[in-house]
Design a binder for this molecule. Structure first.
Ligand code: T46
Length: 138
C-alpha cells in the first residue's frame, strides 16, 4: 500500500463568457472514475474526513468557495488550500485527511476510483499510524 498526496492544477478554457474545466480519465486524472460525490451545506467550524483509505484513490476539487485539507502520509503533514475550481488534490490510499475551514457555500467535489465501500476506510488514527509504519518497513 502506497501513500501519495499531491496538488494538481486542472487546465481550464475560457472566453469572454467565462471559464470551463473538463475532466476526463487521462494523464491528468490517473484513474478511471467509478464515483463522483460532493460535500455541501457544511456547518461553520466542522471538521470532516479524519480517516484514510486502504486503496481508494481520489481527487478533491472545491468547485465553489474554499476549504483546507490537512494531509498526513508516511513522510509529511501538509495543508492543501483548495481555493480555486482549477486546483485539485490527489490522494492515494494511506493518507490521513481532514477537511476544515469550509467557506459559506463551499462545494467540494470528489472523484474516486472505487464505488463506496466502508471496508476501505481506516477511521482509527492509531491503526493508520501502525499501517504506515509497517509499510515503511517493507
Ligand atoms: C473522503 C472525504 C474527502 C455514502 O453513502 N456514499 C459515499 O460515496 C460517501 C463518500 C459517503 N457515504 C455515506 C457514509 C456516511 O454515512 O455518507 C455519510 C458521510 O460520509 P463521511 O462521514 O465519510 O463523509 P466525510 O465528508 O467525512 O468524508 C468523505 C468521504 O466519505 C471520504 O471517502 O475521502 O469525503
Amino acid at each position: 500500500m502506497k501513500s501519495i498526496a499531491y496538488e494538481m492544477e486542472l487546465s481550464s478554457t475560457g472566453d469572454n463568457r467565462g471559464s470551463l474545466v473538463a475532466i476526463e480519465p487521462d494523464r491528468a486524472i490517473p484513474f478511471d472514475i467509478a464515483r463522483v460525490y460532493y460535500v455541501f451545506d457544511t456547518v461553520t467550524g466542522v471538521c470532516r474526513g479524519q480517516h484514510a483509505h486502504k486503496t481508494c484513490k481520489q481527487i478533491l476539487i472545491c468547485v465553489s468557495g474554499c476549504c483546507d485539507v490537512i494531509c498526513e502520509d508516511s513522510k509529511q503533514t501538509f495543508t492543501c488550500k483548495l481555493n480555486s475550481p482549477t486546483k485539485a488534490l490527489y490522494l492515494e490510499g494511506l493518507v490521513w485527511h481532514s477537511m476544515k475551514n469550509f467557506s459559506p457555500g463551499a462545494v467540494l467535489v470528489v472523484l474516486a476510483d472505487h464505488v463506496y465501500d466502508e471496508r476501505d476506510y481506516i477511521r482509527n488514527y492509531d491503526e493508520f499510524r501502525h499501517l504506515i509504519n509497517s509499510a515503511e518497513c517493507i
